[in-house]
Design a protein around this ligand. Structure first.
Ligand SMILES: CC(=O)N[C@H]1[C@@H](OP(=O)(O)OP(=O)(O)OC[C@H]2O[C@@H](n3ccc(=O)[nH]c3=O)[C@H](O)[C@@H]2O)O[C@H](CO)[C@@H](O)[C@@H]1O
Ligand SMILES: C=C(OP(=O)(O)O)C(=O)O
Length: 434
């Protein structure tokens, strides 16, 4: 288990270039299974989850060529479908959440798919019903084998249909879309998730020959085609990393420029950080965050206390709520952070309280933060990173704190942030990997 030794109270100054988006990469890499032609994928982040998925594809028989550190070519023309029965597959697929999205392409192209309970953050119940109900609507048979712990799906053929998803699941929508593109006839998916990750996936599938309309909305129409060809694709900048950097700049009173941020794709993210009082300027596609001694949380128009809650896109992503929470601990003002989607994602506030933050965990979904207005610094402590986003929030807290902190289990952070210590140290942070 790796740890970070963080020297608190350091200011950063300089430029950060966001990595390619983790959650987009997991969808795009799964989609390479949909064709036997070459797929060139660029702006691939060098992070644990993505590297694990690339290794898994490789062991399944996909030919993988690394063109440069951020670009790969994939050719899925020799898939060993029996590999799905192996212990090695079980072990690899269960180590990340993104592996669930192998199912749609496998079902579409090889008529069967199987997956053990996928990994990912332990942030409360993470059901998969939407995925399997969608596959069943397309004509697949679904079976959960209690003895082996495998979810199995099989279909001699898939037929397009109308479906109203019971929730706008991000990976669920991606999975169903990837199955439907090769189904016979027309599929309509209502209450589809529509994050930029999905917009990117659907646009790429269209370039491969799929016929998807409604991209960016919650109503997708997919006209099935016989086969798909190869294409080239580049991931968008990671919007969660960008939000994390904005919060980090405010907490550490740093002047940071986030280069090539893909501003049109960030949705409501900049607005939410602005409501927390963080100043920023859009300079072309860069976000400039000036050094700010203090920042003040807005109230609602009627003067009542601000609430930030997560919501499905184009609402505020749940993956940035932990960051917003930590930023609020040093703001002037009070805020309610309401994590609606996940029930175990706010427990990390215990560590912030131990550091001196004024936070009341009202229940597993809601925390009230009374900002310290930079009058009292947080104190460095020893802590363990429970999940990827809480991990980065604790890193931000530690960087802003008085004294040193130790953060254990930083593999959680490495799941989604490329060389975070190296990149932050280059602009003034003091983070030692131990
Ligand atoms: C690999 C990947 O891409 N992971 C992301 C993906 O996970 P993932 O695709 O697993 O998350 P889902 O979108 O399926 O659901 C997330 C949670 O929200 C709940 N839910 C979802 C939709 C809805 O309308 N109502 C509702 O309550 C679900 O029950 C679940 O608890 O999307 C999540 C939600 O943005 C992000 O936190 C994860 O980082
Ligand atoms: C929850 C997340 O990831 P995963 O779905 O891979 O656990 C995340 O990226 O914040």
């Amino acid at each position: 288990m790796a740890s970070f030794h963080v020297t608190g109270g350091t200011q950063l100054k300089g430029e950060l270039v966001p990595q390619g988006a983790k959650n987009e990469a997991l969808q795009i890499l799964s989609a390479v299974l949909l064709t036997e032609e070459e797929m060139v994928i660029n702006n691939v982040p060098n992070i644990r989850d993505v590297n694990k998925l690339i290794d898994l594809l490789n062991e399944m028989g996909v030919r993988v060529t690394k063109n440069n550190p951020e670009s790969y070519t994939f050719k899925a023309d020799q898939i060993d479908i029996d590999f799905l029965e192996s212990d090695r597959y079980k072990q690899m697929a269960s180590s990340l959440r993104g592996s669930i999205m192998l199912l749609g392409p496998l079902l579409a192209r090889f008529k069967k798919g199987r997956i053990p309970q996928p990994g990912g953050d332990k942030i409360g119940r993470r059901r998969l019903d939407t995925h399997f109900t969608g596959f069943q609507k397309l004509g697949a048979k679904f079976q959960y084998d209690k003895k082996t712990g495998y979810y199995n799906i099989d279909a001699s053929h898939l037929t397009g249909t109308y479906m109203l998803l019971d929730e706008a699941s991000v990976t669920g929508t991606a999975n169903i879309v990837m199955a439907a593109v090769l189904a016979k006839g027309k599929t309509t998916i209502y209450n589809a998730a529509c994050e930029p990750y999905l917009q990117q996936l659907c646009s790429m599938l269209n370039r491969m020959g799929a016929k998807i309309t409604g991209i960016g909305s919650n109503l997708l129409n997919i006209e099935g085609v016989e086969s798909l060809g190869g294409t080239e694709h580049a991931m968008l900048p990671d919007m969660i990393e960008i939000g994390s950097f904005i919060g980090m700049a405010a907490m550490t009173q740093s002047e940071i420029t986030i280069k090539n941020a893909g501003i049109p794709h960030l949705g409501i993210i900049p607005d939410i950080f602005q409501r927390l009082g963080i100043k920023m300027e859009f300079r072309g596609d860069d976000i400039f965050i000036p050094e700010q001694d203090r920042y003040e949380i807005e109230t609602f128009i009627d003067g009542s206390i601000m609430t930030i809650a997560d919501a499905i896109w184009p609402g505020f992503t749940p993956d940035l709520l932990s960051i917003a929470l930590v930023v609020a601990t040093q703001a002037k003002g009070t805020i309610l952070i309401h994590q609606k989607m996940f029930e175990s994602r706010l427990f990390f506030v215990d560590k912030l309280i131990e550091m001196g933050a004024q936070v009341i965990l009202c229940d597993p979904h809601r925390a009230t933060v009374i900002g310290l207005d930079k009058q009292v610094a947080l104190k460095g402590i020893t802590m363990t990173s429970p999940d990827i986003r809480a991990g980065v929030s604790l890193l931000i807290a530690a960087m802003s704190a008085e004294g040193d902190s130790i953060i254990h289990n930083v593999e959680q952070i490495d799941r989604g942030y490329q060389n975070i210590d190296g990149r932050l140290n280059a602009i003034g942070a003091k983070i030692e990997r131990i």
